[in-house]
Design a protein around this ligand. Structure first.
Ligand SMILES: [Zn+2]
Length: 164
């Protein structure tokens, strides 16, 4: 429950940014950097009482049989294992991350084809020196498109999160 200050209106509607734990963000940055120039992917978890805060992540192998520099695929068995892990930890799967090596953090036509409605998709634009930009998207099945959502780390802004 959110405490409501006296007389103040609390705005926690669609405009509220998604947030991510710093250590989860660092894990995503490390994982996507290690797999450069291939795409890396993983799963995002939230507590059900705080569904816009990513509190844990799990790396998953990119099992695509196509070009791994341009595609990623999460094995259904890995998804199932993540789901079972989440249940034990009292967490929910709320989305996925993957990297775009040497490309912007914008969903591709292929991403649209694979997307599940309502899930958060974090896309990491990665270059050789490290992650360049991270943007967050939610797929709207009715419009058949991704809408960008505000997204930030709990400690500091995600923009310009270069690392060596
Ligand atoms: Zn993509």
């Amino acid at each position: 429950m959110q405490p409501v200050p006296n007389g103040a209106s609390v705005q926690l509607g669609e405009k509220r940014a998604w947030t991510i734990e710093d250590r989860s963000l660092k894990r995503i940055q490390r994982h996507t950097a290690e797999n450069y120039p291939h795409e890396a992917c993983g799963i995002l978890f939230c507590h059900s009482e705080n569904p816009r805060h990513i509190c844990a992540v799990r790396e998953v192998n990119n099992t695509t049989t196509e070009d791994p520099a341009k595609r990623y695929l999460i094995d259904p068995l890995d998804f199932l294992a993540a789901d079972q892990w989440a249940e034990k930890k009292d967490l929910d799967i709320h989305g996925f991350y993957h990297s775009h090596p040497d490309h912007p953090a914008i969903p591709s036509a292929h991403d649209r084809k694979l997307a599940w409605g309502g899930y958060l998709y974090l896309i990491v634009s990665i270059i050789k020196a490290g992650s360049k930009e991270i943007r967050a998207w939610i797929y709207e099945p009715e419009d058949k498109q991704f809408n960008e959502v505000a997204f930030k780390a709990t400690g500091r802004p995600v923009e310009n999160s270069h690392h060596e």
